[in-house]
Design a protein around this ligand. Sequence first.
Ligand SMILES: [Ca+2]
Length: 360
Amino acid sequence: MKISIDARRVMPVWLLLVLVWPSIICSTQMFAAGSCGTDIAALKRNIRKLENKLLITTWQVEHLQTHKYFQPLQPVVSDSQTQDDTVPDVKNNINSGTSNDTNSTLIKPHPPAVGLMVYDKDCSELFDRLRPQSGFYRIQPSIHREPFLTYCDMEDGGGWTVFQRRRHGKVDFNRDWVDYRDGFGEFKLRNDEFWLGNEHIHSLLSEGRNLVKIDLMDWGGQRSHAFYENFRITNEADKYRLQYGMYSGKAGDALTGGEGAVEQWSACLGGMQFSTRDQDNDRYHQGSCAQENKAGWWFNRCHAANLNGKFYRKGKYKGQFDNGVVWGTWKGLWYSLRHTTMKVRPLVFLDVTGSGAGEI
Ligand SMILES: [Ca+2]
């Protein structure tokens, strides 16, 4: 009985020591480093934050690798095309925040801490990822080649990579092989005209199943379009030979030369090599289709479609050769179009608004 009374007296003291001991320790630490209870809570919060960051980063790495966004960091080089350095770059803008030093930002991009530089392989990936506005962006269809600029049409369903465009006739399209191989034109403003370059077009189209849309507009503002599935061109060794699959659309299958066998014999461009004024790879043995038509293009004997032709400002034209900006199955060979666009995206694409209205 006495023992138990003693125990009741002793136990609270022991318990008190156990309960108070951490406070004593804390008080010692508080003396040295401020508020102990607050520090422990802050440390726990930081640990939770770091654990969350780790989880998110791990997930991001897996996600990006799955979607092929990751590529080895390329050596930092200044692009040889000066126009590349004067336009916005989505990736670099993201990584550099709101820097006003556009040139240095573009020439010397700061890679993420993980040491990897990321580019979308085409405008459809960029569209899926960021839903940005239409404009010029840098893409990299092949990890073995440098990224390059092109116009992304994020309207008309979105995700279109543009590789040819005529608008006002200010850019000369009658050029040599090297220009058509490497690309030419302006890459800054919404209405700039350009040819992306056969090398870039080859890498852009070579990956797999795609859909090319050709948008056309006449001088009265009327629009039309043509679709081609699985559009591709071979490499330079094979002179960028044209291959394409099924046609659909409203403007007619001018690439195949129309419906008649005779027309197709002379004007079907499927299977034709690319020709320029200094490289005649057509099937017209008596002369050069590229020289007559003032364009680099795929010619047979010669064509029913030539979107790189001479830019006539009134539509209908006359001359020795049908060398205008021509889509013969829509407006005939003697009508030169005002606007043309050639653009591509994957055949299977989750379209946000639908497309096919011929919007340019
Ligand atoms: Ca020839």
